[in-house]
Design a protein around this ligand. Structure first.
Ligand code: 5GP
Ligand code: MN
Length: 343
């Protein structure tokens, strides 16, 4: 099996760019998930191994269920330390952009990123990359950016010298981006990579528990409330959606991350093809939308067409600038517009 992914030119360029740099930044998308944080922490470990002065910068808060990962205390938040980060973007020699395909995915940090004179490398698995970069490693067929990080590090011959601080976040991101290896993870190389990561004596069962078994009582009751009272099931379309208002979130003492993964739950209904979550922002007049599908139903096209968003075939997101009722109306329209693909 071939783990290598860079062609000869990419490999040489990657090595050259790293060798030429001293100050290195590793950045990922806003509202970072396990793959964004995992790949950033893993890649930063490799940069440390290469003797670089490396900083991981994230646009905003990352979820509580990732706090336990090694070295999260060194992550710098752009929204909290803007001046420091802007300065870092000015002095950096090299910036790695991980797990996003377009500058708008890094929010306000996009300006600092695009105007930085540093060399840039994109490592990502989303479709249609348009981050201006000196080297683009874009592999939409990869399970996760963490998988790409592993494969590059492997190809650069550095894996043997890395330890748990690399293996734990990389495993974590592969796990979260595949729903615990339940989707998008059928290629045999993925399990070859896992078997290599296990040689670093990571405790994969504990990683699973740290991520998935860490709910608050409020969160588990919110899940129950949504499934019992809020889910709208449309069996004729093999679709379901739910909405959550600001007041409902308040009732369950919502904190960021509490609805993470909730949109996957309706997918457990037999035959369901499409699940949509509508969540009112706690302050702004915006409704955040998440879409999940199975097989060949294109969530990303629906997200682009109806929800100012995009994403992967089976997992996409977007937003409605309006009220929750408007978002519900748009959702109904979207579902009926895709009738042919759903029925
Ligand atoms: P989530 O539902 O977890 O917020 O997002 C699922 C996936 O959809 C993300 O991994 C990301 O690829 C994509 N996504 C979410 N929001 C947006 C958006 O506003 N624009 C685009 N292009 N993709 C998004
Ligand atoms: Mn990802």
């Amino acid at each position: 099996m071939n783990i290598n992914i860079l062609d000869t030119n990419q490999l040489a360029l990657m090595d050259q760019l790293i060798s030429d740099a001293n100050t290195v930044l590793v950045v990922c998308h806003k509202s970072p998930d396990g793959d964004a944080i995992g790949s950033s922490l893993g890649w930063a470990e490799y940069m440390r191994l290469r003797g670089k002065d490396v900083t991981v910068i994230v646009p905003d808060q990352y979820p509580d269920f990732l706090m336990w990962l090694p070295n999260t205390d060194k992550i710098v938040r752009y929204d909290k330390h803007r001046e420091k980060c802007d300065m870092l973007f000015k002095i950096a020699d090299l910036v790695f952009c991980l797990d996003f395909n377009t500058p708008s995915r890094v929010d306000e940090m996009g300006q600092a990123l695009v105007s930085s004179k540093a060399k840039k490398v994109l490592i990502d698995h989303h479709l249609n990359p348009d981050v201006p970069a000196d080297l683009v490693v874009s592999q939409p067929e990869a399970s996760s950016t963490c998988e790409l990080v592993f494969r590059i590090v492997w190809q650069m011959g550095a894996f043997a010298q890395l330890d748990k601080a690399f293996a734990v976040p990389v495993y974590c991101g592969m796990m979260t981006d595949t729903g615990g290896f339940t989707f998008n993870s059928t290629r045999p190389e993925i399990f070859q990579i896992i078997s290599e990561l296990l040689t670093k004596r990571i405790d994969k069962d504990r990683i699973y528990r740290n991520v998935y078994h860490n709910y608050s009582e409020d969160r588990i009751r919110l899940m129950g409330y949504v499934m019992y009272e809020k889910l709208v099931y449309m069996p004729e379309y093999h679709a379901a959606y739910y909405s959550l208002t600001r007041d409902e979130l308040k009732r369950f003492n919502y904190i960021k991350g509490d609805t993470e993964g909730l949109v996957n739950m309706p997918q457990q209904i037999k035959g369901l093809k499409l699940s949509i979550s509508l969540r009112e922002d706690t302050e702004k007049n915006i409704v955040w939308v998440s879409l999940r599908s199975v097989d060949d139903f294109p969530c990303n096209l629906m997200a682009e067409e109806f929800f100012n968003g995009g994403g992967h075939l089976n997992a996409s997101g977007g937003k409605v600038e309006g009220t929750i009722d408007e978002a519900i109306e748009i959702t109904k329209k979207a579902i009926s517009a895709y009738e042919n693909k759903l029925k």
